[in-house]
Write a protein that binds this ligand. Sequence first.
Ligand code: ADP
Length: 478
Amino acid sequence: MIEVKQFINGKMANAISNGTMQLINPATEEVIADISFGDGDDCTAAIDAATEAFKTWGKTTPYYRAEILKKAAQYMRDNVVEFATDMVHESGKPLAEAKGEWMVAANLFDWFAEEGKRANGKTIPTNRIDKRSFTTWQAMGVVGVITAWNFPAYNPARAWAAALAAGCTVVAKPSENTPFTGLHMATALVHAGLPEGVLNVLTGDAASIGDAMLKHPQLKKISFTGSTRVGKILMDGASATHTKLSLELGGNAPVIIYDDVDVSALSKTAALAKFRNNGQVCIAPQRFYIHENIYNQFAELLSAEVAKLKVGNGFDDGVQLGPLITLKQKQHVADLLQMAEKENGQVLTGGKMPGHLDKGYFLQPAVVANLKQSSALAHNEIFGPVLPIFSFNTMEEVIEKANDTPYGLSAYIFTNNIKTALNTAQQLAFGMVGINEWTPHGTELPFGGFNQSGQGHESGSEGLYEYLELKLVSIGAL
Ligand code: ADP
């Protein structure tokens, strides 16, 4: 049994209350670690430490900070096997995906290390001859970063790298389901020379920690990745305290497939894209709208591809889908499938516990056809291995169906007609639109959603400015 402590002011620390919680491996259902279960008191101590640390970190140059961030990135690459192995234990995802995720996290640290050097202000011509005005960007101060379990390294890396490059100090709360990865990332930064208190990592009672972040006057902003439900709780709290927020919330991505595509090739890439990380991805391709001329052919080819996907323990060779993160998440997906069947949805493949496994939160990936737009599978964020398919006839009809959601994170369009592609993209109410591709994101690209999918952006240069305040300096009487 591994003991996991919090990391506060440069030291590993038990929870002030001495509370602990057990961590379960979702593939084996075994208890694998005893985790410190901190609360608002630990959070307040961490914010106090980060406030003290900001007095010096906030005055360093972006060049100094970049050296530390780049060393940390290299440490992540050097230790990728150990770090990825622990990620598989806590999250269940296949080892190759865990390694890939750590590499992307390292790239984010490298990228923000450089981007921090480019936070240029500007000089502005004024309407008076005796006046000069210019703007500068300055670090906000202490920021809180609360992240979800689906990408235990990528989610915190996006926010920590940007905030640290900007000159902020950080109080982080990774998901209680994936504490190993956040702590490994902290180890990399400490090894690279990050001073005490600049980064603090809490594990424990999310609601109490979130509340302490909102109430502490020195915590200037919360960056949150998670559900729309918790995003709303933070917005409610922030209305009383004026804490700034950036929110990366849920999604319900439509996939629009017109009838001029290569159906066979697309069914193969669709199966891989949809079930990456078991569908537990906020930009996961979710609702598939297939032109009626190719609906039957697509459904048949896609089901055959999905049936071939290998489900199992993330350490086993060739496994493409691990378990869902918790029993609760598996139940949520199973309930949606049951509702779809009640609505006359036809499960073409999957949806059951795989026959060769008797433990773990696994589900065989499913394809469900014969659904109406009113189906639960069109309106709920699935966050699991279920691919519902719907049919459409005209562009106008499919755009209306695609936009029929309070979410607005990502959307996908497949067609070989440039006019159809661009006209569709123009009318979709989503923050990220992929045309003939499944990965409309990247370290250098802004990631963010419309409507209830959140506010603000991560990654790209936009991600840096989330942690900087714009200051105007105006000189008169010249
Ligand atoms: P998901 O369903 O993706 O896990 P959650 O929104 O439940 O999304 O969790 C995302 C993160 O938010 C996790 O780190 C979780 O511990 C944290 N969290 C959960 N509830 C609260 C809350 N009331 N206040 C602040 N953070 C919370």
